[in-house]
Design a protein around this ligand. Structure first.
Ligand code: GBH
Length: 446
């Protein structure tokens, strides 16, 4: 058995993707409510207004988690529920929701992993410049303190941000996520502010907790050259730097990667004295989200890092078109451990979207089952080579609102029949349940 009994197995979700109830109990809009309703850029023109109705069904959802044998669950806290305008008045009902959720998880032997920001910036802050405005970093730290004062050490692990890279790059460069801008310089300034907010948030969490494990969740990706030319190898190296080192070097080494900084030319962010020291706070645990690898060739037509994706003919792909490449998870775990020596790493998200169909009350999803099995095996290999990995959390517990893809992509290990809101564990969830049991996993106790 490659995993010890205290290893955490479970699944992840995020607030806007599952909660619904967007106008209830004092919640105000976030940039995602605005984007989903007004941008015209969501595939099925859907919104998170109802999503999985988790805000009303959370008790049943905790029962579901328990029934699957999980001893951990990662969710995110909606800033627009807790501090509806982003700063100022705290909404007691917003805090109550997460307070009750955390208690019920603990009663059921499930370790709560809470992410403070999974892309839902309150509109009240966005209208004042949002992540382009440095003041937002301080508002985030105040929000982090409010949450930690209420939930404290009942939360097993706090993460400040989910994937700051995605918020900056997909939201401000590619324009596919809220707020839908397309500007490299803005994207890099936003990335800097997200990292600064992470540092300030870490300080706020540190003074308001004592046992909880603090950190951040980053999306990570290895890059391989699609051909052996020097130009393509250089493009893969730079693409790795843009995706991974741009965030991990400041956070864990205290400086931006100089080579990538030069590559960006005039688009680099304004950095004030002391920012990097603030960004580089000691963390207890790093969450990584792993889905795929990059397989790229040099392309002069593309902006820095001059890398164009090349589809590998012999590989298989999920419904998102993402290459299934389990060894990249082992590779990233080993490399992060070597490069940064963070004390602990956990898999905060890993999974695949598939074209699932409900047949006679069952969902047969062999590709997802194999995906989970092969990636868990990659985690076991990394542990064998000495990487301290403490948890594996699949994305996602439920089919849910897949951002720009709306409800057209299903990532859940449990199928959601949206008209009835019924949850049906897919074959992959049942396989994971049996695998967890086979490892002798123990319920979480504080
Ligand atoms: C996560 O983002 C989010 O945290 C979560 O909310 C979301 O639902 C989930 O993923 C599924 O999308 O170019 O083929 O190598 C993941 C963002 C996904 C960005 C993988 C990079 C690389 C795909 N990452 N993607 S590929």
């Amino acid at each position: 058995m490659p995993f010890p009994a205290h290893f955490h197995f479970g699944a992840s979700t995020s607030a806007y993707q599952i909660e619904g109830a967007v106008n209830e109990d004092g919640r105000k809009p976030s940039i995602w409510d605005e984007f989903a309703h007004k941008s015209g850029r969501i595939k099925d023109n859907s919104t998170g207004d109802v999503a999985c109705d988790h805000y009303h069904r959370w008790r049943e959802d905790v029962d579901l988690i328990r029934s699957l044998g999980h001893n951990a669950y990662r969710f995110s806290i909606a800033w627009p529920r807790v501090i509806p305008n982003g700063r100022g008045a705290v909404n007691a009902k917003g805090l109550d929701f997460y307070d009750q959720l955390v208690d019920r998880l603990l009663e059921n032997g499930i370790a709560p992993y809470a992410t403070l920001y999974h892309w839902d910036l309150p509109m009240g802050l966005h209208t004042q410049g949002g992540w382009l405005n440095r003041e937002t970093c301080h508002a985030f730290a105040d929000y982090a303190a409010v949450v930690a004062q209420r939930l404290g050490d009942r939360v097993y692990g706090y993460a400040t941000f989910n994937e700051p890279r995605c918020s900056a790059t997909v939201g401000y460069l590619e324009g596919r996520h809220a707020p839908g801008e397309m500007d490299q310089a803005k994207a890099l300034q936003v990335a800097h502010h997200l990292m600064l907010a992470h540092g300030l948030g870490m300080q706020a969490l540190r003074v308001n907790t004592s046992k909880a494990r603090l950190g951040v969740v980053l999306d990570v990706k290895p890059y391989h050259a699609a051909d052996n030319s020097a130009a393509s190898r250089q493009a893969a190296y730079n693409a790795y730097g843009v995706f991974n080192r741009w965030f991990m070097d400041p956070m864990f080494l205290g400086h931006y990667p100089q080579d990538i900084w030069e590559g960006y030319g005039a688009a680099v962010p304004t950095v004030q004295a002391g920012d990097l020291a603030t960004i580089c706070q000691p963390i207890d645990s790093l969450g990584i989200n792993y889905y795929s690898r990059g397989h790229v060739a040099h392309s002069a037509a593309k902006a820095f890092p001059h890398a164009a994706e090349v589809r590998c003919a012999t590989s298989s792909f999920s419904d998102m078109g993402w290459e299934i490449w389990p060894d990249g998870l082992r590779e990233m775990l080993v490399r992060i451990h070597q490069d940064y020596r963070v004390p602990d790493i956990y898999i905060a998200e890993n999974g695949a979207a598939m074209d699932d169909v409900l047949e006679d009350g069952q969902v047969h999803d062999p590709v997802r089952r194999n995906y989970l099995e092969s990636h868990i095996a990659a985690v076991a290999q990394a542990r064998d080579s000495g990487v301290p990995v403490s948890a594996y959390l699949a994305w996602s517990l439920l089919d849910n609102y897949e951002w720009g893809h709306g409800y057209t992509r299903r990532f859940g290990i449990c199928y959601v029949d949206y008209p009835t809101q019924q949850r049906i564990p897919k074959d992959s969830a049942l396989w994971l349940r049996d695998f967890i049991a086979s490892q002798g996993a123990q319920p979480y106790t504080r």
